[in-house]
Design a protein around this ligand. Structure first.
Ligand SMILES: Cc1cc2nc3c(=O)[nH]c(=O)nc-3n(C[C@H](O)[C@H](O)[C@H](O)COP(=O)(O)O)c2cc1C
Length: 414
């Protein structure tokens, strides 16, 4: 979790912040000049680094003038005041921002490479590292680039997703660097006391595994991505996050407390224990509805005929906890539906006593295992928001923005 400081801050939380901007070699390098100017105007102290390719697009002089600081280029230059410059720069920064982040540089950061001054500084940095990718839509869609982005997100790097629109290469699509104002507001938010500061959030993620015998189990395709995105964003917004997750396909974010469980019974125990101490419970985990009535001690052997498995329902954790929530506690459930989504979600939310229910339909690019989702949010029976097809990170932001405005959550945030 990002460490937060309590000193008073100026407008936007950027006053006095030390921002190290790494500019890499893409057309959008020109936008970084506006970024530097706006950061300086917001009170930040800015130092700029450039890759060799970046200097082909904008000169170091532009950034030196706008930032008021020199732009060092040579990692091996001899300097008496900072003999190991990349380490000094990395330790100096409150945040490193890579904008634009080229496909090439993204690959280097994901791989932990450090063969020039900007990549060595990023490699040595212990502060939050932000990347604003910018590239042609073909590059952005490239599976290797997507994989690198996932690695970076899993490593806790903050990705400011590119927008869609006209690209410098003449095509239209995703890959435009986020606008400087957007980058600045994300950064400022990360420094300021977030809207969820002081809120204790209990978030569940991933699937459960219900054992049939010592080698087999019943499970589902939940990857944990949605719950992890919620946990990561909630922590960024200041919440104290307890994450309880089952088996997953991605690494959990660094939040206040992380517990890994296996079965639905273990999930129930862990969540029931943590629930009384939370202000908000978000049940994003896909807990099995059924479990084998008995677990075979030894491996079940293959026989000549068919076989059937006796299943019994698992405890309904969401309904159980929502039914005994204290005044002011907020419970959020998820409904994954394949048909009749809105009606089912409304029914589920009301029947289980949730304050909010988030509907996601199984479909193209949505549901389990995907990086994207399309969500509809209900408060009680009332539909209050819906998104188009967005990344799970964006869906998480949308959900948390709604929650941060909830009167109980606001009260918990003090
Ligand atoms: C005109 C032009 C525009 C380019 N724009 C981009 C871009 O927007 N994004 C990108 O990832 N690469 C872009 N490239 C390719 C990079 O400049 C190239 O991969 C370079 O090696 C990146 O080096 P760096 O990551 O060290 O800055 C562009 C190349 C040229 C010639």
């Amino acid at each position: 979790m990002t460490s937060r400081r309590s000193r008073s801050r100026g407008e936007g939380g950027l006053e006095g912040r030390k921002i190290l901007l790494a500019v890499t070699g893409g057309i959008s390098a020109y936008k970084s000049a506006f970024l530097v100017r706006s950061l300086v105007r917001a009170g930040a102290v800015v130092r700029v680094l450039m890759t060799g390719a970046a200097t082909r697009f904008v000169t170091p002089l532009t950034f030196e003038v706008l930032s008021g600081n020199p732009v060092p280029m040579d990692m091996f230059a001899s300097r008496s005041d900072a003999p190991v410059e990349h380490v000094e720069l990395a330790a100096w920064a409150d945040a490193v921002v890579i904008a634009p982040a080229t496909a090439d540089f993204i690959g280097k950061v994901a791989g932990g490479l450090a063969d020039d001054l900007p990549s060595a500084v990023v490699c040595a940095a212990r502060c939050p590292v932000w990347l604003a990718p910018a590239m042609n839509d073909g590059m952005w869609d490239n599976p290797a680039v997507r994989r690198n982005i996932r690695i970076l997100a899993d490593d806790g790097r903050r990705i400011i997703d590119p927008g869609e629109g006209d690209l410098a290469c003449g095509t239209r699509g995703a890959g435009r660097m986020a606008e400087p104002e957007h980058i600045i507001s994300e950064l400022a938010l990360s420094f300021g006391p977030g809207p969820l500061e002081g809120v204790r959030m209990l978030i569940t993620a991933g699937r459960t595994e219900e054992e049939i015998d010592p080698v087999r189990y019943i499970s589902n395709r939940s990857s944990g991505k949605m719950g992890f995105a919620l946990a990561r964003h909630a922590a960024e917004l200041g919440a104290e996050v307890t994450l309880i997750h089952g088996p997953v396909d991605v690494s959990p974010p660094a939040v206040s407390a992380v517990t890994r469980i296996g079965s639905s019974a273990e999930m129930k125990n862990a969540v029931s224990k943590a629930f009384p101490k939370c202000d908000v419970l978000i049940m994003a985990a896909a807990v099995a509805d059924y479990t084998p009535a008995s677990k075979a001690r030894g491996k079940i052997r293959r026989g000549a005929g068919g076989m059937s498995l006796d299943l019994e329902p698992t405890a309904d954790i969401l309904a159980g906890l929502a039914g005994r929530k204290k005044d002011g506690q907020v419970v959020v459930g998820f409904a994954l539906e394949s048909e009749d989504g809105e009606a089912s979600a409304r029914r589920k939310g009301v029947a289980k006593g949730c304050n909010y229910i988030i509907l996601n339909m199984i479909g193209d690019g949505t549901g389990f295992g995907t990086d994207t989702n399309r969500i509809t949010v209900f408060r009680g029976k009332r539909k209050i928001a819906e998104t188009g097809l967005v990344t799970k990170s964006e869906a998480a932001s949308a959900i948390l923005e709604i929650l941060s405005k909830d009167r109980h959550v606001k009260k918990a945030a003090g």
